[in-house]
Design a protein around this ligand. Structure first.
Ligand SMILES: Cc1ncc(COP(=O)(O)O)c(C=O)c1O
Length: 373
């Protein structure tokens, strides 16, 4: 069975590696980095010393609703800019939304790939004298043009939870000197020194997940049971999600991050990505979002546009892939606005397939055999 996230018990993450910190220092030597429990809180702390209430931040419309909550927490307005089919900004739309109160423009490196137009966003931010936030929540290990994604702006974030089998963990990057000197970490910065109940609960959950993996039907029943009980995090409102994220990085997440082997993880993810590419090649109903996997990129998932996404998800589930999903759940106001039609279409069509290091290419090939039958 192919699940959405790696397990604590996967070999490539539990074997002794040099850790995430060393990788970051090597690939982002000109940035300072600070650990957090969540990327959203890291974003708030990174901006707090730079902005006054009343400003606005431009973010892509193709985004999970909770990501703008830190801006609201700082008294800033979030303004959505439209995106193209490639996920590049619609630059005409973006520029029309910039005004004297714009304090920052945010780019998002979707699925571990640099957002198309990243360099242009950086130069526009310079031109309009506002900060460029490089949101790299999706992939802590992606290196683009020799530098870690997340450090291509004045400040940026990444989320360890999307890479490792951890309940939390994120990094704030301060790249620009002014950002670094105005940064005052709040009490939520840093890594917790002790093992908390939540850590034990997470490990217990991973054990349960391992057991459930032996039976797809049992897995589905438990999932259905949990979502009936309203325990599905996607059903929590954005501000509730943000408030719940206000915890420092757990001791458990720090231990896993320190033992991780970044090169092995990236290599496995790349191999899995290519395997999905091969097995889905030639299907008329599917269009992969990326046809190239540039050197240095550590894919978060394999995104593919499906003309019938629900039917494709059902087909995958029948073949044992329970970790595929559409992304993201858009804010209702975005869905209802025709300006963001492309974002809405993408959110309906795009299916993200897992490529994490807990999967071997042979498991994906076996899915390919079943899909062909
Ligand atoms: C693009 C993007 N940015 C930021 C975040 C926030 O990260 P975190 O959940 O660590 O707060 C997410 C989370 O899903 C995301 O998808």
């Amino acid at each position: 069975m192919i699940s959405a996230t790696p397990s604590v018990f996967d070999v490539s993450v539990s074997r002794s590696g040099p850790g995430i910190d060393r990788f970051v220092e090597r690939h982002a030597p000109d940035s300072t980095h600070t650990y957090y429990g969540a990327g959203k809180v890291a974003l708030r702390d990174g901006l707090a010393g730079l902005v006054e209430p009343g400003g606005n931040v431009l973010v892509p419309a193709y985004l999970s609703p909770a990501v703008v909550e830190p801006f609201h927490d700082l008294g800033l307005e979030s303004r959505f800019y439209a995106v193209e089919e490639t996920l590049a900004p619609d630059f005409g739309d973006l520029e029309s939304r910039i005004d004297d109160d714009t304090v920052a423009v945010m780019s998002v490196n979707y699925f571990g790939f640099p957002q198309p137009g990243l360099e242009r966003i950086a130069s526009l931010s310079d031109e309009y004298d506002c900060y460029h936030i490089d949101d790299n929540a999706h992939s802590p290990l992606s290196v683009h043009d020799g530098t870690l994604l997340g450090t291509h702006g004045d400040l940026g974030v990444t989320t360890l939870r999307k890479l490792l089998p951890v309940p939390d963990g994120a990094v704030l990057y301060c790249t620009d000197d002014e950002v670094t000197s105005n940064f005052t970490p709040s009490s939520l910065a840093g890594r917790s020194g002790r093992i908390a109940t939540a850590d034990c609960r997470y490990v217990a959950g991973s054990v349960a997940e391992r057991v459930l993996e032996t039976s797809p039907s049992l897995h589905r029943s438990v999932e259905a049971f949990l979502s009936d009980g309203g325990d599905d995090s996607s059903s929590v409102d954005p501000s509730g999600r943000y408030e719940a994220a206000k915890v420092p990085m757990s001791r458990f997440a720090a231990l896993v991050a320190d033992a991780a082997d970044p090169e092995a993880i990236r290599a496995t993810r790349r191999e899995n990505f290519r395997t999905w590419q091969e097995i889905l090649d030639g299907r008329d109903d599917l269009t992969p979002l990326y046809d190239r996997l540039p050197t240095g990129i550590s894919p978060y998932e394999f995104p593919v546009r499906a003309s019938e996404s629900e039917a494709f998800l059902a087909e995958l589930e029948d073949c044992g892939v329970v970790g595929a999903h559409t992304w993201p759940i858009l804010r209702q106001s975005v869905r209802e606005d025709e300006t963001y039609e492309t974002s809405t279409r993408l959110a309906d069509e795009l299916v993200a397939l897992p490529v994490h290091q807990g999967i071997g290419p042979s498991a994906i090939e076996a899915v390919g055999d079943r899909l062909r039958r």
